[in-house]
Design a protein around this ligand. Structure first.
Ligand SMILES: Nc1nc2c(c(=O)[nH]1)N[C@H]1C(S)=C(S)[C@@H](COP(=O)(O)O)O[C@H]1N2
Ligand SMILES: [Mo]
Length: 249
């Protein structure tokens, strides 16, 4: 290699150029970010960011294959004490579990009312999977219930499941989620009434909750009151706070 003599002047000039480029790029970044922050909001976040989330959703839901399974584990690996998180919709002191019925809205003025015993009679499916919360924790947990797809078939909800989305809310309507149809019909999604082989604890959604392993925890609504179907996106508690509507992983 031939050594080159470079003057200090040249080094200084090059450093100045590099530094100026860095400052300009930094200022451009700040300016763009400030502009985004001033934009009109779309579902609680600036339009440009919402567009980004929607593009992610279109990309990932395009990849989504209804039969793609999330990894499962032996029951021996499931946590003996499943972590409890979130109590929105579970605080109504007047809630009477003995009188609870699942309401399935098949259409205007056509609601099916089901008690827990009727749901427990349906074919049972169990799943042990890594439950992931967007707060950053995850835990392997074991759940039992009826596949949503079995439930829909047995109760002849073919017309309803041709729609785009399912909406669910707690009996007091304080917590609610919207789920795209391919994800609700994925074979690991269950209407769940058991945790570790025992009835669900009150704070984990007794009598019935949603377990939907392809989604983050926010979508696993505890204590389902009403289920309905729609082609428009149903209201979703955390999406209204700016979180990703799709929330798959
Ligand atoms: N009714 C209701 N369901 C809910 C919530 C809630 O606040 N209320 N929180 C969600 C969130 S953020 C998570 S991570 C999971 C936690 O379920 P777990 O308490 O069984 O761990 O429940 C979800 N379902
Ligand atoms: Mo969560």
């Amino acid at each position: 290699m031939k050594e080159q003599v470079v003057s200090e002047n040249k080094i200084l000039r090059k450093s100045l150029v590099a530094f100026t480029v860095f400052i300009l790029a930094f200022a451009a970044g700040i300016t763009a970010w400030k502009a985004i922050r001033r934009e009109p909001q779309a579902d609680k976040i600036p339009k440009t960011l919402r567009k980004g989330l929607n593009a992610n959703e279109a990309f990932f839901s395009g990849l989504f294959n209804r039969d793609r399974l999330v990894p499962v584990y032996p029951k021996s690996q499931a946590a003996a004490k499943a972590r409890v998180n979130g109590d929105l919709g579970l605080k109504d002191a007047s809630f009477d579990a003995a009188k609870w019925k699942l309401q399935v809205v098949r259409g205007a003025g056509d609601t099916l009312f089901l008690c827990l015993d009727e749901i427990r009679k349906l074919p049972k499916t169990e799943v042990v999977f890594d439950f992931k919360c967007i707060e950053g924790w995850s835990q392997k947990t074991w759940w039992g219930g009826v596949r949503f797809s079995d439930f829909a078939r047995i109760y002849h909800l073919e017309g309803q499941t041709k729609m785009g989305y399912v909406g669910m809310s707690t009996p007091d309507k304080a917590y609610y989620v919207g789920i795209d149809m391919p994800s609700i019909l994925q074979p690991q999604t269950i209407l769940c009434y058991e945790l570790n082989g025992k009835p669900l604890p009150m704070n984990q959604g007794y009598p019935l909750r949603l377990i939907i392993p392809v989604k983050y925890g926010i979508k696993h609504l505890k204590r389902i009151g009403t289920i309905y179907f729609s082609n428009d996106r149903p209201a979703d508690y955390w999406a209204e706070q700016g979180y990703d509507y799709y929330s798959g992983h």
